[in-house]
Ligand binder design. Structure first.
Ligand code: SF4
Ligand code: SF4
Length: 361
């Protein structure tokens, strides 16, 4: 199906009649301290007056909070004798459409599906949201300076797993859409009245500007590099702010806590970050990851090695958001290149001999 850019708002209006549609759009945020307005691109519920931008750079934050909110109530309770209760608070059965997500973000949702649906465990909260979401992915037409998804095995022009795939047509102000699932077929049926002519059309193809050299078995190599001195070097500058985890589409760790009001209250979960010192701090005060070195090592190992071991794929999808937003300019793509190139045994050996001789490593 072809839909012209001129009909895009009409298409979103039609879809918004039967579902809540989320689109990449600009929101103006007032920075009162700096006395200026900031325009931030993010996924927002569709409104006619929104400045929607499907192409251009990806959103600053990924759309993961639509499936996995940053704060989510799990159940409510009351402890009051015969009036006591515990009530599960599952998300509402509201159909949603995620319109215009990029191939890297689609791959991240597939990784989240593995975490929340496999290994004999189903997260009922995530499952409810996922069931009611239809995903329309769009192939990238230009990539940001920090995008490296194609070095991580992802094609920025296709999105397996999305219900509908959408690509800009070469030389035309129009998009080519095709259904990849039954949900996608139902969605496109709703838009038939807007269908344009589809002869001799060709979709635009693009690739990433940032290319990195990554060896195919980096996951296994990193497993041997747990004590490698590279970790001391890459950690320099990290201030433990956690920004990298909050903007990452595949970070899914959460904490669980209570909010009590007298005899009533609720149990909720909220995003957590392995970059925070209290993430692994135990009740007695012991902490197996006492410094930022252990914490950053865990984050990178999770993305590039541990997840492969458990689920058979790399967790970093190369979206580049952690690189673009780190206040200290730490760069996971640079780490991938450096660790792909080092000889783990040789460097550990050299450093340990130097240490034994009392010389500076
Ligand atoms: S965003 Fe950068 S400085 Fe902040 S925790 Fe992550 S790596 Fe460290
Ligand atoms: S680790 Fe960085 S580049 Fe990789 S998926 Fe997360 S935010 Fe994107």
């Amino acid at each position: 199906m072809i839909i012209s850019k001129l009909n895009l708002n009409k298409a979103l209006q039609i879809l918004n009649e039967s579902a809540q549609v989320f689109v990449p759009a600009f929101e103006v945020i007032e920075d009162r301290a700096a006395k200026k307005s900031i325009r931030e691109k993010k996924f927002l519920p569709y409104r006619e007056d929104l400045e929607v931008e499907l192409e251009g750079p990806n959103t600053v934050k990924p759309p993961k909070d639509i499936l996995f909110p940053n704060v989510e109530k799990l159940y409510q309770y009351k402890a009051a004798g015969e009036d006591s209760y515990i009530r599960e608070t599952l998300p509402e059965e509201t159909p949603k459409i995620l319109f215009g997500i990029r191939p890297c973000d689609m791959r991240s949702i597939k990784s989240m599906d593995k975490v929340f649906f496999t290994k004999n465990y189903v997260d009922s909260y995530y499952a409810r949201r996922r069931e009611y979401v239809t995903i329309v992915a769009i192939g990238c037409t230009e990539t940001d300076r920090t995008c490296f998804c194609d070095s991580m095995g992802i094609d920025p022009n296709t999105a397996p797993g999305a219900d509908v795939m959408m690509n800009r047509i070469e030389g035309e102000e129009a998009y080519l859409l095709h259904a990849q699932t039954e949900k996608g077929e139902a969605l496109l049926k709703n838009l038939e009245s807007l269908e344009g002519p589809s002869e001799n059309v060709k979709a635009i193809r693009t690739d990433c500007t940032l290319k990195i050299r990554k060896i195919p078995d980096l996951d296994r190599k990193l497993a041997e590099m747990f004590e490698h001195p590279i970790w001391d070097k890459v950690t320099k500058g990290c201030i433990g702010c956690g920004t990298c985890t909050f903007v990452c589409p595949t970070c899914y760790c959460f904490d669980i806590d209570n909010e009590n009001y007298g005899t009533e209250g609720c149990k909720y979960r909220c995003w957590d970050s392995c970059m925070f010192s209290d993430y692994t701090r135990m009740a007695g005060g012991a902490n197996p990851r006492p410094t930022k070195k252990e914490r950053l090592r865990n984050r990178y190992m999770h993305k590039l090695s541990y997840f492969n071991e458990r689920y058979g794929e790399t967790l970093c999808v190369g979206c580049g958001r952690c690189i673009a937003n780190c206040p200290s300019h730490l760069d996971i793509s640079e780490f991938i290149e450096k660790s792909s190139a080092v000889d783990p045994k040789a460097e550990v050996y050299t450093e340990s001999i130097r240490a034994a001789q009392g010389k500076e490593a």
